[in-house]
Design a protein around this ligand. Structure first.
Ligand code: NG1
Ligand code: MG
Length: 498
C-alpha cells in the first residue's frame, strides 16, 4: 500500500466507485455540477476530485490512541469540480472556491503568498469557518511539495456527506482539496503521503484528528470494509464482510443533532484525546517507569510485542482496575500534578497547549478502559469478518459487539447524547441486530446492522418512532437523506474525461 497512487478514472467508469444502487443518481449529480461550474466560471472543469465520507463500523475514539479501527467508505462524498489556471493568465496563482450550497458556504478566494506563509489561515477558537478546510488542504500540499509557483484554481464543491454527523465530512473535504491541488500541479504523491498531509491539515485548523477518516477516504475499496492499523506504521487492509443469507446490511440514521466538532473541541473531542494521552503517560510510569505517548505503546511494552491481542488487552484491563481502584471519577489538575509527578505548568505545556482544552476533572480510568475494551471488540469483529465460513450466529455475534460498543461510548467515553441513545433503542426495537453511535458522537449518526431483507420495514419503523415524533415537519424526501442503507463504496479518485 506504500506505493499506491490516487486512481484517475473516466467519467464513464463511475461504477468502479459506487455500488450499483446509487449509480444513476450519482451520474445526474455529476452532470449538474459540471453545468453549474460552467455557469459560474464561464469555463469548463478539467476534472472532478472526489473523496468519500465513511461510516465507522466499530473502533470509536481509539485511532488517536494508536489502535486499529474498522470503517468503510459510503457513497456520500465531496466532489470538487476543478479547472487550473495556466501560467501567464490573469491571476494565475489565485484560488477561487465556491459551493453549490452558496447560502451556507459563501465563496472564498486566496492568493499564494510566498514560500513561508503560503496562505493565511485564521483559526478562531469555537468558530468554524468553511474556507479553512480548502485552505488547509491546499497549504499542506504546496508546503510538502515545496511548490514555488502553485497554480491558481477554480473550484466548485458539491458535498453530500452531512456535516457534523460523524460521517467524516471534514476529512472528505480536505482529502478532495489535497488531490485536486496535486492534480492541478502535476504533483505525484502516494495515498499514504496524502493521508498524512490531510491529517496535519485538519489539526492545523483546530481538531486534534486521529487518522481513521483520511485513511478510509483515500484507501477504501468498493465492496470491502477497511481494517486500519496505525502503528508502527499506517496499514489499511480491505476485507469483505461475511457472506450470509440474507446478506448483512448497514443502515445509517442521523439523530439530527449536529455536533460541530471544531466548536465543541475543547470540552469534547480534543479533551478526550488529552485524557487518553494522560492515561498513557501515567500507566507507562506505573508499569515501566517510563511515560508512554499513547495507549497502544502501553500495550506494546506490556506484552513485549507490537501485535495487539485480546488476551493481552484483558490483562491490561485487570491492571487498570487495580491502578484506578480508588478513582473512577477523574482527577483535578492539582491531583494530576502529584499523580504524574509534574507541576501544573509542565502538564499544561505538554498536554494542554497545542489545542485548547477545558475540564474540571480528567478521566483516566473510564477513558482507558473504553479504549482497551473497544480495541478488543475491533479484533473480534475483524476475526468474524475474516472467517470464510460464517456461523449461523454471525448476526448476533456482530450485533452484540456493536451494542457493547455503544454502551461503552455512552457510559465510559461519555460521547453519546439522549437523542442518540433514544435512536439506538428505537433501531434495536425496529429489528436491528446491533446499533451504535458512529464517528465522534455527541450527536450525528447511528449505524445499525440489519438483515438485508428487513431494510424497508426497519426504515419505516424508525421513521415513525424517531423522525415523526421528534421532527414531524420533515418531508418524505428529507427522510431519505437522514436514514439510508449503505454499501461499502470506493475511495478517493480523480474523475476525468467529463
Ligand atoms: P468524525 O466524527 O467523523 O469527525 C472523529 C475523528 C476520527 C475518530 C472519530 C472517533 C477527525 C477528522 N475525525 O470522526 O479520527 O477519532 O472522531 O472515533 O478528527
Ligand atoms: Mg470530522
Amino acid at each position: 500500500m506504500d506505493k499506491e497512487f490516487v486512481p484517475h478514472i473516466k467519467f464513464s467508469s463511475l461504477s468502479d466507485i459506487y455500488p450499483e444502487l446509487s449509480l444513476p443518481s450519482q451520474i445526474t449529480r455529476y452532470k449538474k455540477l459540471i453545468d453549474s461550474f460552467e455557469k459560474l466560471y464561464n469555463r469548463k472543469p478539467k476534472f472532478i476530485a472526489r473523496s468519500p465520507g465513511r461510516v465507522n463500523l466499530i473502533g470509536e475514539h481509539i485511532d488517536y490512541a494508536g489502535f486499529g479501527v474498522l470503517p468503510m467508505a459510503i457513497s456520500r462524498d465531496v466532489l470538487i469540480a476543478v479547472d487550473t489556471i495556466h501560467e501567464g493568465e490573469e491571476n494565475d496563482m489565485k484560488v477561487r472556491v465556491a459551493n453549490v450550497l452558496n447560502e451556507n458556504y459563501p465563496p472564498r478566494n486566496w492568493k499564494y503568498e510566498g514560500k513561508e506563509k503560503i496562505v493565511e489561515i485564521e483559526v478562531k477558537e469555537g468558530i468554524s469557518e468553511w474556507g479553512n478546510y480548502p485552505k488547509s488542504g491546499y497549504k499542506g500540499i504546496v508546503q510538502h511539495s515545496s511548490l514555488d509557483k502553485p497554480k491558481g484554481m477554480y473550484l466548485l464543491v458539491d458535498g453530500n456527506v452531512p456535516p457534523g454527523a460523524g460521517l467524516s465530512s471534514s476529512a472528505a473535504f480536505i482529502c478532495s482539496v489535497c488531490i485536486a491541488t496535486c492534480s492541478s500541479n502535476d504533483v505525484k504523491l502516494t495515498k499514504k503521503e496524502i493521508v498524512e498531509i490531510a491529517i496535519e491539515a485538519e489539526r492545523s485548523i483546530g481538531m486534534n484528528a486521529g487518522g481513521m477518516d483520511q485513511t478510509a477516504s483515500m484507501f477504501s475499496l468498493k465492496d470491502h470494509v477497511l481494517y486500519i492499523q496505525f502503528l508502527p506504521s499506517l496499514c489499511a487492509t480491505p476485507t469483505k464482510l461475511p457472506s450470509t443469507n440474507p446478506p448483512i446490511a448497514f443502515v445509517i440514521a442521523n439523530s439530527l443533532i449536529t455536533s460541530d466538532k471544531i466548536v465543541t473541541a475543547p470540552t469534547n473531542y480534543n479533551l478526550r484525546v488529552v485524557e487518553t494521552k494522560l492515561a498513557a503517560h501515567h500507566l507507562g510510569q506505573c508499569l515501566f517507569n517510563k511515560p508512554c505517548e499513547n495507549l497502544k505503546q502501553v500495550s506494546d511494552l506490556y506484552s513485549n510485542s507490537i501485535e495487539v491481542t485480546i488476551e493481552n488487552l484483558i490483562k491490561l484491563l485487570d491492571y487498570i482496575e487495580k491502578v484506578y481502584e480508588n478513582n473512577h471519577d477523574g482527577f483535578t489538575l492539582d491531583e494530576l500534578s502529584s499523580l504524574l509527578n509534574l507541576n501544573q505548568d509542565e502538564i499544561k505545556d505538554k498536554f494542554l497547549s497545542r489545542f485548547p482544552v477545558k475540564a474540571e476533572k480528567f478521566q483516566l480510568y473510564k477513558r482507558s478502559k473504553h479504549v482497551f475494551e473497544e480495541s478488543s471488540r475491533v479484533l473480534k469483529f475483524y476475526e468474524l469478518c475474516s472467517k470464510s465460513e460464517a456461523r449461523g450466529s454471525i448476526f448476533e455475534e456482530l450485533g452484540n459487539l456493536l451494542n457493547e460498543s455503544h454502551k461503552s461510548c455512552k457510559e465510559l467515553f461519555e460521547c453519546s447524547c439522549d437523542e442518540l441513545d433514544d435512536l439506538v433503542k428505537i433501531c434495536l426495537d425496529g429489528g436491528a441486530v446491533g446499533s451504535r453511535l458512529t464517528g465522534a458522537g455527541w450527536g450525528g449518526c447511528t449505524v445499525s446492522l440489519i438483515r438485508e431483507n428487513e431494510i424497508d420495514k426497519f426504515i419505516n419503523f424508525v421513521s415513525e418512532k424517531y423522525y415523526n415524533v421528534r421532527f414531524s415537519h420533515l418531508s418524505h424526501n428529507d427522510l431519505e437523506n437522514f436514514i439510508f442503507a449503505t454499501r461499502p463504496g470506493g475511495g478517493a479518485a480523480i474523475i476525468e474525461n467529463l
